[in-house]
Design a binder for this molecule. Structure first.
Ligand SMILES: [Cu+2]
Length: 147
């Protein structure tokens, strides 16, 4: 009897892991000229994002301005930076919230994007930081996507 119970526990644990693994998706964002398509992407926690057609582009979550370097990520999430031209794929994004990134060579042309993992927990905090310029436009588009 005890054995049967243990086996059931193991089987249940295994199937839970299996379903989490099969449900995780990889979402593709294409770089095209000086924009990302889709510009805002909504995914579930545990999913990954992969960028394609990245020749001449990169993705970077570090934004530099007169105040220094800022990352617009949910609390506890890790940023990322790809190599130039790399069709980069993130680790599974498990922390819910908004992740902003940009392409450094084309950020002057507004080449940035947003990943929304689950609920946009930190979006209001980003809005409250009063972003300017291209960042402000990116935040506006992110707000539009969650309306
Ligand atoms: Cu670019």
């Amino acid at each position: 009897m005890k054995f049967a119970k243990t086996m059931a526990g193991i089987l249940m644990g295994t199937s839970a892991m299996f379903s989490a693994a099969t449900m995780a998706e990889t979402h593709v964002v294409n770089a095209s000229l000086t924009s990302f398509d889709p510009l805002v992407i909504k995914i579930q926690p545990g999913d990954t994002v992969k960028w394609d057609r990245m020749n001449g582009h990169l993705v970077n979550t570090k934004f530099t301005d007169s105040k220094g370097v800022t990352e617009y990520l949910p609390e506890g999430a890790e940023g990322f930076m790809s190599q130039m031209g790399e069709n980069f794929e993130t680790q599974p994004l498990t922390v819910e919230g908004v992740y902003l990134y940009k392409c450094d060579p084309h950020w002057g042309a507004g080449m940035g994007g947003a990943i929304i993992v689950g609920e946009p927990t930190n979006l209001q905090a980003i809005v409250d930081s009063k972003p300017k310029g291209a960042l402000k436009r990116l935040v506006k588009k992110t707000q539009k996507a969650v309306e």
